[in-house]
Design a protein around this ligand. Structure first.
Ligand SMILES: NC(=O)c1ccc[n+]([C@@H]2O[C@H](COP(=O)([O-])OP(=O)(O)OC[C@H]3O[C@@H](n4cnc5c(N)ncnc54)[C@H](OP(=O)(O)O)[C@@H]3O)[C@@H](O)[C@H]2O)c1
Length: 319
């Protein structure tokens, strides 16, 4: 029986909580790191059998704090990430400095594997602070711990995400949906279950040194994604292509909200296609096929946004 100790940073997020369930079911012992055990405890504790999960609260990412954790693990997985900056949460601190420190310590303690979640296409989006910080993080990791494994997913979706669920909320409330860059930006959405399978295969089979782009089975434009979400929640909405100066102005105001729907940085990022680059390998090249299709998967949870909820029927589009 395997008893490898896996340390997960950013464990409470969409990917983390699904990953913990898979890892512990496969006999790995997981230490999940969170900033707040009280908010995270109930989400995480239900993901594992007793004895397989330890939840650790840390208030800072100082060297001494991380040393104690990293020196006792065989495999470290870093899932910490943010979509926008607020107060103490800066892209550089979380996407560049933290991976820098984790990989230095991974090297110091000669751990077996470091798996880091970056994002697809960040090397191209030179006018996005998010992308720059993620790409810098990748460079630091490769410099400090050469055998690291960097995973670069396109959009990851599931009932736990901040993407499909958020857009379904917006689409169910707004009569008009703004579309940016004429909705032409391309994505290769990957379901969280498929991504978790990739991570498990990487843990079990891939020895070291890999940059892997993680993509789903389809390429969809932003407009196609919105249309599939609308179909799935059984609503019709006017899709309004916004000229860039107006989009930029709305982003300037929206980013002032506590939980912004769109920031100027995200608007910049949105103009770059989020599909495989052709430079790095993808999960398909490794024979790890992501099979779940966007429309079929969102139909499993979109009833929450339909009028009538779970008793609703599809096909009669509502207003
Ligand atoms: N979801 C996607 O579509 C997608 C696509 C490409 C790449 N990725 C990358 O994959 C990773 C995981 O994504 P996810 O969707 O699971 O993210 P998520 O749901 O937003 O969770 C991110 C995690 O980061 C931690 N975190 C957030 N702010 C933090 C801060 N200021 N200090 C320390 N920790 C903080 C949180 O941990 P606690 O609150 O427990 O401390 C949380 O568990 C991220 O690096 C993300 O950039 C995601």
């Amino acid at each position: 029986m395997k008893h490898k100790e896996i340390l997960v940073f950013g464990a409470t997020g969409q990917i983390g909580r699904n990953l913990i369930r898979k890892l512990t079911k496969n006999n790995y012992k997981v230490t999940a790191v969170t900033r707040n055990i009280h908010t995270a405890g109930y989400i995480l504790k239900t993901q594992a059998n007793p004895g397989y999960l330890r939840v650790v609260e840390i208030k800072n990412f100082k060297t001494e704090t991380l040393e104690d954790l990293i020196k006792n693990c065989s495999i470290c997985i870093n899932l910490v990430g943010i979509l926008y900056e607020k107060k103490q949460n800066h892209f550089k601190t979380l996407h560049t400095d933290l991976p820098d420190l984790i990989s230095l310590l991974a090297n110091k303690f000669k751990i077996e594997k470091l798996i880091h979640l970056s994002a697809l296409g960040v090397e191209n989006a030179t006018d996005s602070k998010y992308a720059l910080s993620k790409f810098e993080g990748e460079k630091k990791i490769l410099k400090n711990f050469k055998q690291s494994i960097i995973l670069k997913p396109s959009i990851v979706y599931s009932v736990d995400d901040k993407f499909s669920t958020r857009f379904m909320t917006l689409l169910s409330r707004l009569p008009i949906m703004p579309i940016y860059y004429e909705g032409k930006t391309k994505f290769a959405p990957i379901h969280v279950t498929d991504l978790i399978e990739i991570i498990l295969q990487i843990i079990e089979k891939q020895k070291q040194s890999l940059i892997l782009e993680c993509i789903g089975p389809e390429t969809l434009t932003f407009k196609e994604i919105i249309l599939k979400l609308l179909k799935s929640i059984n609503k019709k909405r006017l899709l309004l292509p916004l000229p860039l100066p107006i989009a930029a102005l709305t982003a300037k105001f929206l980013q002032l909200l506590p939980n912004p729907l769109l920031t100027e940085d995200q608007l910049n990022l949105l103009k770059y296609d989020n599909i495989n680059s052709g430079i790095n390998k993808t999960n398909f090249d490794l024979g790890i096929l992501s099979k779940r299709k966007f429309e079929q998967e969102i139909n499993k949870y979109s009833f929450n946004w339909r009028t009538g909820g779970q008793f609703s029927k599809l096909n009669n589009s509502e207003k």
